[in-house]
Design a protein around this ligand. Structure first.
Ligand SMILES: [Mg+2]
Length: 370
């Protein structure tokens, strides 16, 4: 397939409500949508679901667009690629910048799925037709508000509840949840808000709440601290921000820094690296879950395909768009069934129709490389 044009757009999407995490509050969501256009008339879409500020990883929407325009697109446009390996090797000189690479790589997977008339699930080697999903509850003003939202999500069928925690928003919250729902699948995500020396006693005490996992208590680089805590904790640590590559999961495994990995294609640089991490984790008896970074329906389509691989035994963070966005840019978007599962599309291509009119409407900045 010959790439004749790459378009990079920043979209600003209206949110239904804000979402707070230990590192900040999000009131609007900007994202970067990449499209690759071929000489045969195909269009492949991908998403770099970075944020406006470098709060989750070092990247922002603007750095993604800059890297894509100046360092990735010039290595792709005018060239022909038949496999994802050939495609990725064209810009292998671009190190880091994993979100920028993800949006680009996913657009090529979408082209491949169209060329071969197969589903993304088929392309990545997925085996499941449905995946269980859980909901992630942000940090709220009050306990009552949090409990109310949990109740609502459980009524809607979600099979796992994840709460965002931070120092001073942890023990009391988890105790209140456990008192009301002693048996639910409950996890806590700290988004790197704790420090070992200061907080390890508090974190060790979280064992009392029978969490199915404690996600990323310490900073992304604090692999040793995670290993020290995991050695003392019955609860499994799930590494999120710490795992950006296959090399990172190998390090984590060698140090016993955690027992579960949260794979987000955006954080690790695309589906190729995600599949490598998944395969390593399965071979080394580590648990795998699929997360996300508030992707629109375009980015989610790739996350859903990935989560259909057999190692993803924990419920995915995969809320329907209505929980956050006023409108999605695919149609129909997916829904969570009452049994807490979503269907994995098995039709050729993305599995969802792209609303190009809405992409146009939400675009605030556009770059075309031809
Ligand atoms: Mg997380």
């Amino acid at each position: 397939m010959k790439i004749t044009r790459m378009e990079i757009r920043k979209l600003k999407l209206p949110l239904q409500r804000s979402f707070a995490m230990s590192f900040g509050e999000m009131n609007r969501k900007e994202t970067v949508i990449v499209s690759l256009h071929t000489a045969d008339g195909l269009t492949g879409y991908g998403e770099s679901s970075s944020f406006s500020a470098p709060m989750y990883t070092h990247e922002t929407n603007d750095t993604c667009m800059y890297i894509q325009e100046h360092f990735i697109a010039p290595r792709l446009v005018g060239r022909e690629f038949d496999t994802v390996e050939e495609f990725c090797s064209a810009y292998r000189s671009v190190v880091g910048n994993r979100m920028a690479r993800t949006g680009t790589e996913c657009a090529f997977w979408h082209l491949l799925a169209q060329r071969d008339a197969v589903s993304l699930k088929h392309l990545v080697g997925g085996t499941r037709s449905t995946i269980p999903v859980g909901e992630s509850i942000g940090i709220k003003q009050t306990m009552a508000e949090t409990l109310e939202e949990i109740e609502q999500r459980l009524d809607e069928g979600y099979v796992r509840i994840k709460v965002k925690i931070a120092p001073d928003w942890d023990t009391q919250l988890l105790a209140a949840i456990r008192e009301r729902w002693p048996g639910i699948d409950l996890t806590a995500d700290a988004n790197a808000a704790y420090q070992f020396t200061q907080h390890h006693k508090t974190l060790e005490a979280l064992d009392a709440f029978n969490l199915s996992m404690l996600e990323q208590p310490f900073g992304a680089d604090d692999m040793i601290e995670h290993a020290k805590l995991q050695a003392k904790l019955k609860t499994s640590i799930c590494l999120d921000e710490s795992i950006e590559s296959l090399a990172d999961i190998k390090t984590a495994d060698a140090l016993s820094a955690g027992r579960i990995v949260n794979i987000k294609p955006g954080r690790v640089g695309g589906l190729v690296e995600s599949i490598k991490i998944h395969n390593y984790a399965v071979a080394h008896h580590l648990g795998v879950m699929c997360g996300g970074t508030f992707e629109t329906g375009i980015g989610r389509a790739f996350n859903i395909a990935l989560a259909s691989l057999p190692g993803f035994i924990y419920p995915a963070d995969m809320s329907p768009y209505q929980l956050y966005f006023a409108e999605d840019i695919v149609e129909p978007s997916y829904t969570v069934k009452l049994d807490g599962h979503i269907d994995v599309p098995d039709t050729p291509g993305l599995g969802f129709a792209v609303r190009e009119d809405l992409i146009e409407q939400f675009t605030t900045q556009k770059v075309v490389v031809r």
